[in-house]
Design a protein around this ligand. Sequence first.
Ligand code: DGL
Length: 272
Amino acid sequence: MAEKAIGIFDSGLGGLTCVRRIEKLLPGQKIVFFGDTGRLPYGGRSKDTIIRYTTQDLNFLKTFDLKLIVAACGTVSTMALDEIKKASGIPLLGVVEPSVKQAVSATKTKRIGVIGTAATISSGAYERHINALMSDAEVFSKACPLFVPLVENGHYRSDDAVVMAIVEEYLSELKANNIDTLILGCTHYPLLRQAIEKFFGPDVTLIDSGAACANEVENVLTKMGISPQEGSEGGCRFFVSDRTGDFASLASIFLGRAVDDSDVGLVDIYSY
Ligand code: DGL
């Protein structure tokens, strides 16, 4: 029987940080990735719009034969996942629970920072999940709306003065609050890891929400007995809703490997 794929989607290309980790953990796993690059960012939009967009993203992915769908997007995971879960018909995972589990086991001082899009932070979802697992944890949250456009436009390096100025502007408050663990609650943010590490120094543990979610994918597939069989051939098919022209150069940064322009397909997402 042909191996079923996993569907992974994001508002843009940040979800590729999750794909990157799955390719490492489960090299035999087929993946279909959709990035809604034509409507990025989701993080400044209303809940209704995010749910409508997410429903179309799922409808597109459901045209493939999938065994699991991953919302590799902090904004979708915090604003739309509960609403769309029932209608999905396919098991659906988000990034919140896996990152919270890692943060709670990493913290020593129980002072945890969370950064994400405006929508993610206003949802309060990370705080709720952290306090459900660790009721005496103190959570300090900060929306960082400029991080996604920075990263999507290729600005992420720690020697980039613009990047470091914005990192300082957003994260000084969290530094003053003496957090020892920081959840990168948006799947674009792992690209800024070096810049954020440079700002905080070595005493703050960074939790990569895309990678944490990939670990959870591996656990769930094992539990459900649907891990890829030995010797099966993996590979990722990529689809976006706009900007196929610069897909390869940006995707290769997120994935840490070469990607070819011909690897990506264009989707008219409004028709789903
Ligand atoms: N990767 C998305 C997230 O994790 C990007 C945010 C956005 O679309 O605003 O939230």
